[in-house]
Design a protein around this ligand. Structure first.
Ligand code: SF4
Ligand code: SF4
Length: 351
């Protein structure tokens, strides 16, 4: 989803070269989705894999919201675009418990529709990518229908850690998205960097090493836009470079302390939601905490700038300065937080 672009479209020549370089360096799993780069991602990946398709695994996804009448045609479209006769890891895309219960299981739902493709080998492994509260991850794993999963996990967001351990114990393959915090850990974060030895050259490297150090994680899926990133990441993975036990201890202690401080600020419980004016209060406070606690300034401003009332679910919110001060959220907050004041503070810093 982060292929190099030119004039708003995928730069095909560069993208194919980047993917082929990854393959040369030993990367053997490529993840795409029908909507990435407005549909171009699968097409370019298909082009890059000509002649080497059988040596690698391909992962793509099916949006549940298109409904039963289009699930199979979405699969056929992905096969065509990817120039392949099978998908190794086919994901129910971005599901949570409600979507799982409503769309995936039961007669006429996704599993029954996809069964034939699974039997014929068009789909090799059924997977899901997860966007929901961590408490629902193990519920989906325990339904016993998936063989692998793709979940958010990184130094800044460890909420799925227990669910990952559970999935691994149940025999699922675990791929992690956003190991570098969706780019948030790309720029230097002094609060993190001081905890690791000087041989760890960057915050991004610390973040990847942190993920590699978790024995329950099988794959770190990191979006890369430049050959240099591919080469650096592949070199790091080839070294088996994890954080040392002492470094991990310091990073864990910092993460615990920051979680404590973040929870004092806002626990992310969501009780204040929905705001009648479309402000995603917990999301704004979470972004503000990246800035306050980890010193991740540039990326926090970028995330805030990306919030939009009609954006994708993970960045859907009106900006804090559109708060009408109706007070509805404050009356529901179990922490009795002065939400309206804090929204002003957050906007002043991030806006
Ligand atoms: S006070 Fe502001 S944030 Fe809270 S519910 Fe009202 S408009 Fe939304
Ligand atoms: S109710 Fe309070 S603690 Fe919970 S998410 Fe809203 S602001 Fe944060």
């Amino acid at each position: 989803m982060r292929l190099p672009e030119k004039n708003g479209k995928v730069d095909r020549e560069k993208a194919v070269a980047l993917l082929r370089r990854g393959y040369e360096l030993g990367i053997n799993l490529f993840d795409s989705a029908p909507y990435y780069h407005n549909g171009e991602s699968e097409v370019v990946l298909g082009e890059a894999l000509v002649g080497i398709r059988d040596n690698v695994c391909v992962s793509t996804k099916c949006p549940m919201e298109v409904g039963p009448s289009r699930w199979l045609s979405m699969l056929e479209q992905s096969l065509r675009r990817l120039r392949t006769d099978h998908i190794d890891f086919y994901h129910c895309w971005g599901i949570g418990w409600d979507s799982f219960a409503g769309n995936v299981q039961g007669e006429g739902r996704f599993l029954s529709e996809i069964r034939k493709a699974k039997e014929e080998g068009t789909v090799r492994h059924l997977s899901f990518s997860f966007h929901d509260g961590a408490q629902n991850l193990s519920r989906i794993v325990d339904a016993g229908v998936f063989e692998t999963m793709l979940v958010q996990y990184n130094l800044l967001d460890r909420s799925n850690e227990q669910g990952i351990a559970h999935a691994h114990a149940q025999g699922l393959g675990v791929a992690v998205m956003g190991p570098v915090g969706g780019g948030r850990l790309g720029p230097p974060a002094p609060a993190i960097q001081k905890l690791v030895s000087s041989t760890v050259k960057s915050t991004a490297e610390t973040a990847l090493r942190f993920v590699f150090a978790n024995p329950n994680v099988d794959v770190a899926l990191s979006g890369m836009s430049a050959i240099q990133q591919v080469e650096e990441n592949a070199a790091l993975a080839s070294l088996g470079a994890e954080l040392s036990e002492a470094e991990l201890g310091r990073v864990n202690a910092m993460a615990e302390e920051n979680k404590r401080l973040a929870d004092l600020y806002c626990t992310g419980c969501n009780y204040c939601m929905p705001c009648p004016h479309g402000i995603n209060v917990p999301e704004i406070f979470k972004i503000y905490n990246y800035h306050r606690l980890y010193g991740i300034e540039e990326a926090a401003r970028g995330l805030y700038a990306a919030l939009a009332p009609d954006g994708p679910p993970w960045s859907r919110s009106a900006k804090a300065d559109t708060c009408q001060e109706c007070g509805e959220c404050e009356s529901k907050c179990p922490q009795h937080l002065p939400i309206m004041e804090r929204l002003k503070e957050a906007h002043a810093v991030l806006g």
